[in-house]
Design a protein around this ligand. Sequence first.
Ligand SMILES: Nc1ncnc2c1ncn2[C@@H]1O[C@H](COP(=O)(O)OP(=O)(O)OP(=O)(O)O)[C@@H](O)[C@H]1O
Ligand SMILES: [Mg+2]
Length: 258
Amino acid sequence: MGFQCIQLSKKYSSRQGEVTALQAVDFLVGEEEFVCIVGPSGCGKTTLLKIIAGLLRPSTGQIFYNHAPINSQPRTAMVFQDQGLFPWMTVLDNVAFGLEMQGVGREERRSQAENFLSKVGLANFIHSYPHELSGGMRQRVAILRAFLANPQILLMDEPFGALDSQTRLVMQEELLRIWKEHRKTVIYVTHDIEEAILLGDRVLVMSGRPGHIRMDIPIPLERPRHLANRDHPDVAEIRWQIWKMLEDEVRKELRILV
Ligand SMILES: Nc1ncnc2c1ncn2[C@@H]1O[C@H](COP(=O)(O)OP(=O)(O)OP(=O)(O)O)[C@@H](O)[C@H]1O
Ligand SMILES: [Mg+2]
């Protein structure tokens, strides 16, 4: 059981010609597994998530969910870096929207959303609009909406990328807490090596030009995890291993030679 990408590739045509964004991407994600993807800017992370979400068609390759061909695409929910909420809807209606997609009636979805929001300390904000919240709170609402939509796979594209580093730390723990209660299969994209190690059961390291997966690293930390896990000696070792893999590419991108 689980989700599998087989030999995915994606070519974009642009005015500058063809760009191969992904080439021969293969990986498996188990049921309820939390997989993080790290890689340099432009290596094809968002492209990969969009293909999994069915927003883009791969040029070649296939996706399987629970052994069925992707024609029966997994139901996904996506959380983006920003602008994931409907600005004209209150917090309550934003969160309830996930249930609307599942055909739940209006009263029932409002009561479920309200219950969910009050459990995570947002009871006083249910009638607020997104612009009245801080960036961290907005992302929290976006994450709650995605969980409540009950997707088969939850896709997250740098959901904390626009937050300051302290808020980000708190949000990482908050995400782990929500995930522990509502287990889902998660594919989480980030630039942040430390974040990937703290959150993921596995970390896939991508390289660009064209985008492909270079390493698939299991994270041996026990759960539940906390920020203190970052000081674990295994974490330091894995962090170094991933950084060595990415360093050359980052330098190349900046035209800095060693
Ligand atoms: N619609 C498009 N048309 C042409 N090229 C595109 C298009 N979208 C993305 N690309 C190119 O495909 C490659 C991968 O882009 P993608 O956005 O998937 O990278 P990314 O890893 O998500 O980057 P970042 O970390 O900056 O978000 C890049 O070279 C990008 O310029
Ligand atoms: Mg991206």
